[in-house]
Design a protein around this ligand. Structure first.
Ligand SMILES: *[C@@H]1O[C@H](CO)[C@@H](O)[C@H](O)[C@H]1NC(C)=O
Ligand SMILES: *[C@@H]1O[C@H](CO)[C@@H](O)[C@H](O)[C@H]1NC(C)=O
Ligand SMILES: *[C@@H]1O[C@H](CO)[C@@H](O)[C@H](O)[C@H]1NC(C)=O
Length: 245
C-alpha cells in the first residue's frame, strides 16, 4: 500500500499534518501582534470622557492568539516604573486619567498571552516593546505629514488608508464609529498596525494557515471590536477626523 493511500483524502491529511505540527512546536503561540491606536476625541465621544489630547494614543498590543493567558500573573506597576512617564503620555487611560486600571486590564487580557514569546516574557519587556513600536510607527506625525489633519473637512476612506499603505507598505485595519448626528459620515476611531513575531511590519489582513485551523485569533478580534463599538470603516463613506472640541 502506498503512502498516498494512507493520506487520503489529501486535504484532511494536510490539515492533520499542519495541526500536529502546530501542537508539537507550540500549542498556542501567536504569530501576529496588533498595535492598536485610538483617536481620543472619537473614543471619548463614545465613552463620555473629556479628551484633551490631540494625538493618537495606544489602546494596546494584542497577539492574535489567546485572551487572559495567565490569571495568576498580576500587573505590578513597580516593574515598569521607568516607563511610567511615557505610559502616561502615550498610553493614557482616557476614561480615568492617572489610573493604572487600563494597563492592568491590557496586561491581564493580552500581555500575559504575548508573554509566551521570550521577547515579551516580562511586564517590562511587553510594555516597553509596545511603547517602542508606537514611537517607531509615529502615526500622528505621518498622517499630518501627508495632510491628513483633524479638521471639519471630510476625507475619503482611500485617502486615509492610502497614506498608511504607501508610507508603511502594509495594510492597516482602520475602524470607525458611526455618527449619531449624520448618518452619511463615519468618524475615524481606531487604527491597527500589525507586526510579525520578529516585530516586522505585516499586513493586518494576513491569515496564517494556523489561524484557519484554529480560528481563535479572528474570533477574538471580532469580540474586541464589538465591545469597543468600532467597526471596520466603510470604504465608500466620507471620513470625519474630529479635531478637539
Ligand atoms: C489632560 O487632563 C489630565 C487630567 O485633567 C491631565 O492630567 C493631563 O496632563 C492633561 N493632558 C494634556 C496633554 O494636557
Ligand atoms: C503564570 O504566572 C506566574 C507568575 O508570574 C508564573 O509563576 C507561572 O509560571 C505562569 N504560568 C504559566 C503557565 O506560564
Ligand atoms: C512588584 O514588583 C516589585 C519590584 O519587582 C516587588 O518588589 C514587589 O514585591 C511586587 N509586588 C507584588 C504585589 O508582587
Amino acid at each position: 500500500m502506498s503512502a498516498m493511500r494512507l493520506c487520503s483524502p489529501l486535504l484532511v491529511c494536510l490539515a492533520a499534518a499542519l495541526f500536529s505540527g502546530a501542537v508539537i512546536s507550540s500549542p498556542h503561540m501567536w504569530t501576529k501582534l496588533v498595535l492598536t491606536h485610538h483617536w481620543p476625541n472619537t473614543f471619548c465621544s463614545m465613552e463620555h470622557c473629556h479628551p484633551n489630547i490631540s494625538y493618537w494614543t495606544l489602546h494596546g498590543l494584542w497577539p492574535d492568539q489567546g485572551i487572559d493567558c495567565n490569571n495568576s500573573w498580576h500587573f505590578n506597576s513597580s516593574q515598569i516604573e521607568d516607563l511610567l512617564p511615557d505610559m502616561e503620555k502615550s498610553w493614557p487611560d482616557l476614561r480615568r486619567p492617572l489610573s493604572a486600571g487600563f494597563w492592568k486590564y491590557e496586561w491581564q487580557k493580552h500581555g500575559t498571552c504575548a508573554a509566551k514569546a521570550a521577547t515579551l516574557n516580562t511586564q517590562h519587556k511587553y510594555f516597553s516593546k509596545a511603547l517602542e513600536l508606537y514611537h517607531k510607527v509615529d502615526l500622528t506625525s505621518i498622517l499630518r505629514k501627508f495632510d491628513i489633519i483633524p479638521s471639519e473637512k471630510y476625507y475619503t476612506f482611500s485617502q486615509v488608508e492610502g497614506v498608511i499603505e504607501n508610507f508603511y507598505g502594509i495594510k492597516p485595519k482602520i475602524q470607525c464609529a458611526h455618527s449619531s448626528k449624520n448618518a452619511d459620515v463615519q468618524i475615524l476611531g481606531q487604527i491597527e498596525i500589525c507586526f510579525d513575531s520578529d516585530f516586522n511590519l505585516l499586513d493586518c489582513e494576513k491569515h496564517f494557515i494556523m489561524n484557519t485551523v484554529s480560528k481563535a485569533g479572528w474570533d477574538d478580534d471580532r469580540a474586541i471590536n464589538k465591545a469597543s463599538g468600532f467597526m471596520v470603516c466603510d470604504h465608500d463613506m466620507p471620513v470625519y477626523y474630529p479635531p478637539l472640541p
